[in-house]
Design a protein around this ligand. Structure first.
Ligand code: FAD
Length: 366
């Protein structure tokens, strides 16, 4: 009889583990959404309806032998995954891959694609009536959203507010901030930095509603729509007392060099929920998945886990719409700045959507 592997969460990391083990184990992928969400493309899908088809992908062609169960994992213990119904799945190996939650429109609360798409359409229609949109948070998501909005709606005013004195907090080259800011300012984006909003607009994010607020420094900020572009948190609240021992304040969980949950023999973790010291990226989640799949293959074959994970050099690729943006890449300890054309080539034009579409049409395994 084949060993049972239950993968909890069907995002970038979970999908990669499930497909890599599909030929050697009895794989069940537990995921509440009816379709995979390509988070990298969601901001473009907000402004361009043609992108909706590139963001949501059916799980139907993903696994040849394994199954996708459309359920929430309500509680997970070593060897046992309890689903949102009354059902319990027993597992020889559990892989945790539940990622991070992020405010709309970067990620969706909705589990049903039709509902998520209807919300995107309502927001897009309302955006056409707006003169000014306020984005709270000038990190990668706020800046990328400002780029998408100003590319798709050239007459639209955008205000970016952040409590920090500069955009993009983190270990970045000053030139990266300078060029991103200059590109957005040339499109009329207003930066209100150095103080948070004293109070939030009285409307839900992504809905039409004229408002006037101010920062704690007394700077007036007004618009007809706003988005919260900060506040990600690892989704690990379903772990039982044993597995959540050692959980960090941000919800991430400690893993060892084999990406096994610390102190566990057969519980593994990949992607944004791990406490690996690196920026949270889909590319990292997929690399974690390769390591975990190799290690589970080892254990299934009676060997000790042999694969270890080493974080890749840091990089940020920050498109500002299909044609703008900047990137910082690192090789041999040397950090290099790339401009709009290279950023568009690496990510901005396609947002990795061709590779994702191929993967979900059964074109790429593992
Ligand atoms: C706007 C934006 C742009 C980005 N651009 C890039 C980029 O250019 N390059 C890059 O590398 N990264 C990028 N990222 C980051 C990337 O999206 C994340 O790092 C990646 O999604 C993490 O993958 P994951 O598998 O850990 O989690 P996710 O992809 O978030 O998947 C987690 C899955 O788990 C499911 N889940 C949650 N709770 C449960 C539960 N209790 N039971 C069952 N299932 C559950 C969720 O529904 C979800 O499908 C971007 C993110 C955003 C928001």
């Amino acid at each position: 009889m084949q060993q049972r592997v239950v993968v909890v969460g069907g995002g970038y990391g979970g999908v990669a583990v499930a497909t890599a083990l599909d030929d050697v184990a009895d794989v069940v992928l537990v995921e509440p959404k009816n379709q995979f969400v390509h988070a990298v493309g969601t901001l473009r899908a907000l402004v361009d309806p043609a992108w909706q088809a590139r963001v949501f992908h059916s799980y139907d062609a993903l696994l040849r032998r394994g199954r996708v169960r459309r359920e929430w994992a309500r509680s997970v213990s070593p060897g046992v995954v309890r689903l949102s119904g009354s059902e319990t799945l027993e597992a020889d190996h559990v892989v945790l891959a539940t990622g991070t939650g992020y405010p709309y429109p970067a990620k969706f609360l909705e589990d049903d694609t039709a509902v998520a798409q209807a919300r995107l359409e309502r927001t897009r229609d309302a955006l056409r009536r707006c003169e000014q949109v306020v984005l709270v948070g000038a990190g990668p998501v706020g800046l990328e959203l400002a780029g998408e909005l100003t590319s798709a709606f050239p007459g639209l005013g955008v205000t970016l507010v952040d409590r920090e004195p500069d955009i993009l907090s983190g270990d970045y080259l000053p030139e990266l901030r300078t060029t991103v800011r200059a590109q957005l300012e040339s499109r009329g984006v207003r930066f209100v930095l150095g103080a948070p909003l004293a109070y939030l607009p009285a409307y839900d994010v992504g809905t039409y509603g004229p408002f006037a607020v101010e920062t704690t420094a007394g700077v007036p900020v007004s618009g007809q729509m706003w988005f919260r572009c900060h506040g990600s948190r690892a989704l690990t609240g379903y772990l039982d007392a044993e597995l959540s021992r050692g959980m960090h304040d941000d919800g991430t969980i400690p893993v060892d060099e084999h990406l096994r949950v610390r102190g566990q023999q057969a519980v593994w973790a990949v992607g944004d929920i791990t406490d690996v010291r690196e920026s949270k990226r889909a590319t990292a989640a997929r690399e974690h998945a390769e390591v975990v799949a190799d290690n589970i293959r080892d254990v299934l074959a009676g060997r000790a886990p042999s694969a270890t994970y080493t974080a890749a050099p840091e990089r940020i690729v920050l498109p500002l719409g299909p044609h703008g943006g900047a990137s910082q890449v690192e090789a041999g300890g040397i950090r290099t700045l790339l401009g709009p054309d290279e950023t568009s080539l690496i990510k901005g034009a396609d947002l990795f959507s061709a590779a994702i579409t191929q993967q979900f049409s059964g074109g790429v395994r593992g």
